[in-house]
Design a binder for this molecule. Structure first.
Ligand SMILES: [Zn+2]
Length: 207
């Protein structure tokens, strides 16, 4: 009888202990702020196929000569851009990269609201994708100032900032030494949203 009693007490004690450990860890999880995304990408990017990012439903359907199933700086960048579900605000000096253009067009096809702000002089050069985006019905505004609109940043869904030295060109992605910072830190994202809004309004052709 005494042995049974001891077993019961020890058992109940163990249950109580595990419950309090669980409760304590839940409490600690609540107190600790959710970690937001922070990532740094360096370029030039390794060359690899990115088809699976555009067609995730059939990831093994591409037979091109590039390596497959390799995550690179560029594939990470593409994924972040393609993660947009409501808005993409893009402010970029040079935009001629076909894959990035395809990503923006794909988002447009998914009814993501896209605004592109770019440099007037660069937008007219051969290979620029700005005309393609415009033809697809994407809202594009060119900087009307006398100095270059030299920014290279994008804000995804009003909460993810992509910024750095990288222009949206093939040379920048494949040949240049460039960097990109991807962050959800509100203190960093907010000023970029504000600056985008300021530039977007300032370059309204109706003004
Ligand atoms: Zn491929």
């Amino acid at each position: 009888m005494t042995v049974m009693w001891t077993v019961k007490v020890v058992g109940m004690g163990l249950v109580a202990l595990s419950l309090s450990v669980e409760l304590l860890s839940r409490l600690l999880r609540r107190l600790r702020p959710e970690r937001s995304l922070n990532e740094v990408l360096f370029f030039p990017s390794e060359m690899a196929c990115v088809e699976h990012i555009f067609t995730p439903s059939s990831p093994y359907s591409c037979f091109c000569s590039l390596p497959h199933g390799v995550e690179t700086s560029f594939s990470c960048l593409l994924r972040h851009i393609m993660s947009a579900s409501s808005t993409l605000d893009l402010c970029v000096f040079a935009f001629s990269n076909m894959d990035l253009s395809r990503a923006v067009l794909a988002l447009h096809g998914r009814s993501v609201t896209i605004r592109v702000l770019t440099d007037k002089h660069y937008s007219a050069i051969t290979g620029s994708q700005i005309g393609v985006l415009r033809k697809a019905g994407i809202c594009v505004r060119c900087d009307v100032g006398s100095v270059h609109m030299h920014h290279k940043f994008a804000v995804v869904d009003g909460q993810l900032l992509i910024t750095g030295s990288l222009n949206w060109t093939l040379t920048a992605v494949q040949s240049n030494m460039e960097n990109i910072l991807v962050t959800e830190e509100p203190d960093l994202v907010r000023p970029f949203i504000k600056e985008f809004h300021r530039l977007w309004t300032h370059n309204d052709p109706a003004h």
